[in-house]
Design a protein around this ligand. Structure first.
Ligand code: GLA
Length: 381
């Protein structure tokens, strides 16, 4: 059954439109967004779709083909509640839009179908938030610009759902452009698209098939450690955020932070920010081996200084290198989920087989290696 047929089955009418939003990878610049840094993500060809029709009342009725369950709520009565499970992400969008003064004159039927694996670090939840915000703006002509879609989606995540995530995921999806990565300054929300023209090379996604565990508690812990580091530094240095500090100042920073753990977190942030700039330059020069070197350094820093990778991400990163990747690193928050690797296009079949074998030998788990395209942001099908 396709999404239109499923819609007919659940809602008893045909959908008037179908919208789509992609997943994302982050090429480099990990755990920088909440430190005011500049990151370099891109949207990939794994999608979440929503078929929609207008209702004559003010109910939002939503059903997911992935979880095979649905929920409904009256627009005026939206309130976060654990009984709504995943649908809190959908209802939260309407809550925030109404609170911001946007007019939503009618309810909607929404059917969701996603091929983005959940909890795998590819931002399935940001994709859902961006998708619902985008389609609501289109259907009710709210006129939200892509950057406003980003802000609404972030507000839902931070203020409605109560998660402390940064802005990278929502931005990388809502502002995405085909065959480009997004150089995004998360402090000023300034961005530029950079063509991802890698010739004979390509990025692939490596799925550990280990769900991200401890992700929210460890994530919040890192946010707090960075905040602590910044406060110590600010006693002697005039900076607004950690990403403003150049690598040349690392020694000075070391003198200001006596706690080894806090220093390691700060060191990751400062060196990772430098790697983003180097990576951008290497992209312009099409310096493939430099790109690979930076990916590997980023992984090492996330593993040793930031301590967010874990045995499965480390195993798949090593397997990718052994299988001939130019470079590889974990992507997203870490603690399980996915890595990315830069490989020669024509080596894909052999590369995939070797990664799967070595990962299985190391972990006794089956991984997936996915070929992906770099794609546009949310749109109508
Ligand atoms: C998660 C968060 C993002 C970002 C990354 C790490 O994906 O949602 O905001 O902090 O982790 O770079």
């Amino acid at each position: 059954m396709n999404i239109e047929e499923s819609f007919l089955k659940y809602f008893g009418c045909a959908p008037s439109r179908v919208y789509r939003a992609p997943a994302r990878i982050n090429l480099i610049g990990e755990h920088l967004d909440y430190n005011g840094g500049t990151v370099l993500p891109a949207a990939i060809s794994l999608y979440i779709d929503a078929a929609v029709s207008l209702r004559n009342d003010s109910k939002i009725k939503v059903y997911s083909l992935n979880t095979n369950n649905g929920f409904e709520v009256n627009l005026e009565e939206i309130k976060k509640d654990s009984k709504y499970e995943w649908a809190n992400y959908v209802f939260g969008v309407f809550y925030i839009l109404l609170r911001e003064g946007y007019k939503i004159p009618k309810g909607l039927n929404i059917l969701i179908s996603s091929e983005i694996p959940l909890g795998s670090g590819l931002s399935s939840s940001a994709a859902l938030l961006v998708l619902i915000t985008h389609l609501t703006s289109e259907i009710f002509k709210l006129g939200l610009l892509p950057i406003e879609v980003v802000k609404v989606a972030k507000k839902v995540e931070n203020n409605y759902l109560g998660l402390k995530s940064g802005i990278m995921d929502q931005a990388s999806i809502a502002l995405a452009k085909e065959n480009c990565c997004l150089l995004l300054n998360c402090d000023k929300l300034e961005y530029k698209h950079i063509p991802l023209d890698l010739g004979d090379y390509t990025f692939v996604v490596l799925k550990t098939n280990v769900p991200r565990s401890l992700v929210s508690s460890k994530y919040n812990e890192r946010v707090e450690e960075c905040q602590k580091g910044l406060e110590l530094i600010q006693k002697k240095m005039n900076v607004n955020n950690l990403c403003e500090i150049s690598v040349l100042k690392l020694e000075r920073v070391r003198e200001l932070i006596s706690d080894d753990v806090i220093y390691s977190r700060v060191k990751h942030v400062i060196t990772e920010q430098n790697r983003v700039y180097e990576f951008t330059k290497a992209l312009e020069k099409k310096d493939i081996s430099k790109l690979g070197e930076l990916l590997n350094e980023s992984h090492k820093s996330l593993k040793e200084d930031y301590e967010v990778s874990g045995q499965y991400l480390d195993a798949i990163q090593i397997a990718a290198i052994h299988a001939g990747a130019i470079g590889a690193r974990m992507t997203g928050a870490g603690f399980g989920g996915c890595a990315i690797a830069l490989i020669k296009k024509d080596s894909f079949t052999r590369f995939r087989e070797e990664v799967l074998n070595e990962y299985f030998n190391l972990t006794k788990l089956h991984a997936d290696v996915l070929e992906v395209d770099i794609v546009d942001g949310p749109h109508k099908l």
